[in-house]
Write a protein that binds this ligand. Structure first.
Ligand SMILES: NC(=O)c1ccc[n+]([C@@H]2O[C@H](COP(=O)([O-])OP(=O)(O)OC[C@H]3O[C@@H](n4cnc5c(N)ncnc54)[C@H](OP(=O)(O)O)[C@@H]3O)[C@@H](O)[C@H]2O)c1
Length: 290
């Protein structure tokens, strides 16, 4: 390990952004502890020379076990960097998504992230040093139709990170938001397969649901490589005083600005068309004398 080598734990490192970050950061000389649920994917990471642990962020016992394993691996020092990356996207009209699915979405993206943070933060606080990188999304600062559930979880991650950043700065711990744009991973595949549960030709949202089905092939050409996100993480890890937010790739930083600058009605119209929803009808003229 190099002098600047850090001990970094990544959640959801068995696929996509987390996997790329694990391999990239290890190749940059860091000691990476890749965590996830898929034993097969974890074995592949071990074969690539990484330490890999099983951890489901919604399972308190598996988080506690990972903390004990990390203590053993680091002689009780704990982590230099925690990357909260595990997450997925539940997309669909808010009227039809089941309570169970919406709660499960929050369990992973929000409560899971909070539980892992609380588990690894004490050692950082005791040592007076550490960094927590929370993978949010550009969708944590702007909302898309059909993304109400997913975007709400990322808004929650943004809000919790903004609070935590100030709460733990006094202990020498930094909290950083990583905000990916659209990245080529298994994310869309998972989203589309979850949305299939709601496919129904008779649904008042049938058009939008059918359009989601073709999202993967339609959106692929706009997707950036996960490496752009891994490099943003590395910049945050290297910085003595990291920024509060890193958008990756940087061009996506313009997205939320369009949202702030454009009139809401215009933005709603564009989003409705893009999502296969009928834009709001023009307001009906009031009867004379009303
Ligand atoms: N791809 C994008 O366009 C994009 C854009 C903005 C933000 N993001 C965010 O980036 C993060 C990574 O997503 P990705 O794009 O890399 O998608 P991905 O390829 O589907 O990877 C998601 C990872 O999270 C893991 N995961 C899900 N639930 C978990 C749980 N309960 N415990 C532990 N691991 C769990 C998955 O493991 P399994 O394989 O076991 O399910 C997988 O390793 C997510 O937080 C996502 O919201 C992605």
């Amino acid at each position: 390990m190099t002098a600047k080598s850090q001990t970094i734990l990544i959640t959801g490192a068995t696929s996509g952004i987390g996997r790329d970050a694990a391999l990239y950061l290890a190749s940059r000389g860091h000691r990476v502890i890749a965590t996830g649920r898929s034993e097969r994917a974890l074995s592949e990471l071990r074969e690539a020379g990484l330490t890999a642990l099983r951890m489901d962020v919604t399972d308190a016992a598996s988080i506690a076990r990972a903390v004990r394993d990390v203590d053993a691996l680091t002689d009780g020092d704990g982590l230099d960097v925690l990357i909260n990356n595990a997450g997925y996207g539940l997309f669909g009209p808010l009227e039809v998504l089941s309570d169970e699915d919406v709660r499960a979405q929050f369990e992973t993206n929000v409560f899971g992230l909070l539980a892992v943070t609380r588990a690894f933060l004490p050692r950082m606080r005791e040592r007076g040093a550490g960094k927590i990188l929370n993978v949010s999304s550009v969708g944590g600062r702007m909302t898309f139709p059909l993304g109400g559930a997913y975007n709400a979880t990322k808004y929650a991650v943004e809000s919790m990170s903004d609070a935590l950043r100030v709460e733990v700065a006094q202990f020498g711990v930094s909290v950083v938001l990583i905000e990916p744009g659209y990245i080529k991973t298994n994310f869309t595949g998972t989203t589309v397969s979850l949305a299939k549960r709601y496919a129904d030709e008779r649904s008042p949202y049938a058009n939008a649901l059918a359009l989601m089905d073709s999202a993967e092939s339609g959106l692929e050409r706009f997707a950036a490589s996960p490496r752009a996100v891994s490099k943003a993480m590395e910049r945050a890890i290297r910085a003595r005083r990291p920024r509060a937010r890193y958008v990756a790739p940087w061009i996506n930083a313009f997205g939320p600005w369009f949202g702030y600058l454009l009139p809401t009605r215009l933005l709603d119209w564009v989003f409705a068309r893009a999502a296969g929803l009928r834009p709001a009808p023009a307001p009906r003229a009031l009867p004379a004398g009303a």
